[in-house]
Design a protein around this ligand. Sequence first.
Ligand code: MN
Length: 243
Amino acid sequence: MTDLERAVRDVVIANRILANEGVVDAYGHVSVRHPGDPTRFLLSRSLAPALVERGDVVEFDLEGKAVGGDGRPPYLERFIHGAIYEARPEVQAVVHAHAEAVLPYTISTTPLRPVVHMASFIGARIPVWDIRDSFGDTNLLVVNMAQGRDLARGLGGERVVLMRGHGFSAAGRSLPEAIRIAVYLPLNARVLSEALRLGEVKPLSRGEIEAHASMRPDEPSMYRAWEYWAARAGCRDLLTGRT
Ligand code: MN
């Protein structure tokens, strides 16, 4: 299996995981940077993530143009991916989703912050980007490079950016890391929302968050979660022959 074939296969697995873990529904998407060309990325054609197969994965340039003339309809919000890869050379995978548990924090003045150790790697600071600041009244979707680049500026050097009234985008140094962020972000949001109902909340300290930040994206424990979620999503057969 070539690096490209492996990357395409991993995009399929990532889509199935996000659907199975309830991070995405009919909408939302995940991409990985092309393993042989950093100016391209791999993303499904416009399709619900649960249904993505290898043949649905399309190669795009960073401006969101399909390479090789693939004429099938793409995701309207593919610019999120290209703009983040353009701004952040170390980023290897991007997830965009509308997970319900996260949505209150996109419209509230209460900040979303890591409160449980399994979510410490979502980052100490989670900025909220508001499309209205630069683009006025829109349908809230990121549908061109100007909007994508503005979102990438909102993300800055962080791992997650919330999008007002819309959802979130997450950037990982590997695909398993991006998936891990995307799965634990809504879990952390649910725990925080529940704790806020109980009263005062003690978030993780910056030192506690940094203690986890040193974790490498290719550590075995990172792959352990990937393998587990993939098996749960019915992708065990796709995992074999990975190494
Ligand atoms: Mn969206």
